[in-house]
Design a protein around this ligand. Sequence first.
Ligand code: ZN
Length: 243
Amino acid sequence: MRIAVLSDVHGNAPALEAVLRDLVDCDTVWNLGDTVGYGPDPVRCMDLLSALAPRATLVGNHDLACIGRLDTSQFNLIARQATEWTAAQLDEEHRHRLASYPPTTVVGDVTLAHGSPRSPVWEYVISSTVAAENMAAFTTQLCFVGHTHVAAIASYPGDSSKVRFQRLGAGSIIDVAHDRAIVNPGSVGQPRDGDPRAAYLVFDVERATVEMRRVDYPVEATQRAIAAAGLPEALGLRLALGR
Ligand code: ZN
């Protein structure tokens, strides 16, 4: 079975549509959350993903903020403005749907968490130190997380004092058969690693590999929709830079 692992779509429909066209060789989808927030198409992104019937969907910190379940005082001004705009786009059914998703779950032998296994809503797994501190917070061999918008793998060869943390570039194929690991697919809708292409990964269960994929999409289409929605211009500018 091949599973497309997506995270941080953030209401960017042109990016999501490009990824959905690309992942047709996969059998199912896992969505690690932050489907909405920042981008101009929150409802369309939620509906596209729901129609795909993903095997697992998580809720992220921006999703929770947009349905009034998370205090936004730690968000910057632009994120708060986007949260308020997004909240106004969601009807009762979409709010209820977001509220029904957990921030972490276990599917078969794999843990999924939006942020980190120990703090699934807020924590960023951005270093070997944070990864080491999370090793005991999940019991499966593999854990997939999102939230940082940067594709990476933290692996635990033998013991946590030797955690290896590395970014995953486009096309990398990593063997995950042996060591425990936390793997991040990057962001579909707002990549922050300097590469503006939409990011996702394919987890091949039988081969025990993860393959990083990057997909071109029309960034200017999202920028036009951001302008038309009256969202802050900075949200469109950063997409072109992958920041
Ligand atoms: Zn996010």
